[in-house]
Ligand binder design. Structure first.
Ligand code: 89V
Length: 348
């Protein structure tokens, strides 16, 4: 099957990993790059041998009609909605970086406009594609610990995330949109859909606009019908940790016949009456990845491969717009819960 041609919209921090990840996967070639500052598009275009550059997204869609098979939007969250609406207008299949949008209503409108236009719409939500999280899900599905009844998903870090992503400090809603989008999607990936949610948030950093600490407790129902109480603990509070493990996620699952733990350095510990079995589920290492983001950058390639399969018609995408909308609903339900100190109940 021939290469698919695509346009990259947004040539900032994440494009330095998103584009090499596409080249790693193979089967898709960037032929156009957009940045509202043309020189920034040119810089990335030269780095990755991309032939055409644009500063106006509508000019890109008009000029590239018939020449691109999809667009990959890697821009700031407030631009996602207008760009996805443009893709729907010009009937170009679209991948958009998480978080889908700044609020639930615009996210729902993005899914609707693409559905009504018959345009495939996917979200680049890569956390569920991390090697150790895929391995943990496989162990759960094998049934070694029996039906899960409680789980904890922790991403607590003192990593100076604002150093190379300074825009995060300007978000009025920060950790639930940035990190919660990932972790709540992992909770859905592992334990199904939520029936209720309660959240508390805090701002510890004095020099940022949004919250940097969140605790989310959900009642979830997994594919087998098991009810699982899931607590997600998120923090970029900047506190020094004795052993910083950014950006690793630690997960502990209790089941009817044992427990399953994803710990530091991608170690999975499966404990049953027979004892504890240990295995390591480390991500692949790519030359283009930043070692400080190892497990995250490796997951970009896996997510791209899944979405490319859907674009080529050879496989099903996991993170469609429709699916990711369920994660977006959890993110904004968490804000509702925290803002009103209420439990949010979801219709079955
Ligand atoms: O990977 C990301 O989406 C980043 C992170 C969660 C690491 O801060 O925004």
């Amino acid at each position: 099957m021939p290469n698919l041609n695509f346009a990259v919209i947004g040539t900032g921090f994440w494009s330095l990993y998103q584009i090499p990840a596409w080249l790693e996967v193979g089967g898709a070639r960037p032929v156009a790059a957009h940045n509202r500052t043309l020189s920034k598009a040119r810089k990335i275009a030269q780095q990755y041998d991309i032939p055409r550059v644009y500063a106006d997204p509508e000019v890109l869609f008009r000029s590239e009609a018939g020449r691109i098979d999809f667009v990959d939007i890697i821009t700031a969250v407030e631009t996602h909605a207008p760009l996805v609406h443009l893709a729907a207008k010009y009937k170009v299949p679209v991948i958009c970086q998480k978080p889908m949008s700044t609020d639930l209503a615009s996210a729902e409108a993005m899914v609707a406009v693409c559905r009504d236009a018959g345009v495939p719409f996917y979200i680049h939500e890569n956390w569920r594609w991390q090697t150790p999280i895929r391995a943990l899900k496989a162990v759960l599905e094998q049934g070694a610990i029996g039906a899960p009844f409680r789980a904890r998903i922790d991403m607590i870090s003192g990593f100076p995330v604002f150093a190379n992503q300074p825009f995060l400090a300007e978000l009025e809603q920060f950790i639930l949109t940035d990190l919660g989008s990932h972790i709540l999607d992992v909770a859905r990936f592992l334990f199904g859909e939520a029936t209720s949610l309660y959240c508390q948030i805090k701002r510890v950093h004095k020099d940022i606009k949004g919250e940097d600490v969140a605790t989310v407790m959900m009642q979830m129902v997994d594919a087998s019908g098991a009810e699982v109480t899931v607590t997600c603990n998120l923090a970029y509070a900047g506190n020094p940790l004795e052993r910083e493990a950014f950006p690793q996620t630690f997960i502990f699952v209790e089941g009817e016949r044992g427990s399953l733990e994803l710990g530091r350095d991608y170690l999975l510990r499966i404990t049953t009456a027979d004892g504890t079995h240990l295995r390591r589920a480390a991500p692949p290492r790519y030359a283009w990845a930043d070692p400080a983001y190892e497990v995250v950058h490796a997951s970009i390639a896996s997510c791209n491969a899944n979405l490319l399969g859907a674009l080529k018609g050879t496989g099903a995408a996991e993170t469609t717009g429709e699916d990711n909308l369920k994660t977006v609903r959890l993110v904004f339900a968490a804000y509702d819960s925290a803002n009103h100190d209420q439990v949010i109940h979801f219709q079955e």
